[in-house]
Write a protein that binds this ligand. Structure first.
Ligand code: PRP
Ligand code: 7HP
Length: 176
């Protein structure tokens, strides 16, 4: 049977503090505006709900699901929309909420795809960023933590749909 070893990288309390800081900054930047959060399923769902509860500006939320990975940990580079947004984003101040930027392929595709729908503004917040893994240039507008090149799970992030419910972020080492 396959077993994985998990090593804590960022604890739940530290994540909570950083999410609160991001929410402060975002609330200040969007003062007087109405935000539309676009949560990228499934990984960002926990981050998006924690972030949303801490925002001080009015915010709506919508969900989009894209697929770029199979059940292994390598990027196929292919991005498909599996579930689209419910409503138009035309004229809205949109903030894409992601759990992680890795190769940058997903957000590079999503950003240009959503820009075609003519939002008033479009920014990206990610909890985690692995800049050394980039295949295309991509810089998030807001980032919680830059992390080294490890496969991580927890706080929404999965390995083969496991570990999303963990409070902290863990490095996963596969042990065959
Ligand atoms: C993860 C993550 C991003 C994407 C980042 O999603 O949530 O959407 O990969 O990788 P990239 O920068 O290399 O494109 P995943 O496909 O694992 O789906 P999930 O959120 O449903 O777990
Ligand atoms: C996608 C992804 N999912 C979980 N953990 C990681 O480290 C990841 N990088 N890209």
């Amino acid at each position: 049977m396959n077993k994985e070893k998990l090593t804590l990288l960022i604890g739940g309390e530290e994540i909570g503090r950083r999410v609160a800081e991001l929410a402060e900054r975002i609330s200040a930047d969007y003062e007087g505006k109405q935000l539309l959060l676009v949560c990228v399923l499934k990984g960002a769902v926990i981050f998006a709900s924690d972030l949303m509860r801490r925002l001080k500006v009015p915010a709506e939320i919508d969900f989009i699901a894209v697929s770029s990975y199979g059940s292994d940990t390598a990027s196929s580079g292919v991005v498909r929309i599996l579930k689209d947004l419910d409503k138009s984003i035309k004229g809205k101040d949109v903030l894409i909420v992601e759990d992680i930027v890795d190769t940058g392929l997903t957000l590079n595709y999503l950003r240009s795809s959503l820009l075609n729908r003519k939002p008033r503004s479009l920014k990206v917040v990610t909890l985690l960023d692995k800049p050394v893994r980039r295949k295309v240039e991509f810089t998030p507008d807001y980032c919680g933590f830059e992390i080294p090149d490890h496969f991580v799970v927890g706080y929404g992030l999965d390995y083969d749909e496991k570990y999303r419910q963990l409070e902290g972020i863990y490095v996963l080492d596969p042990e065959l």
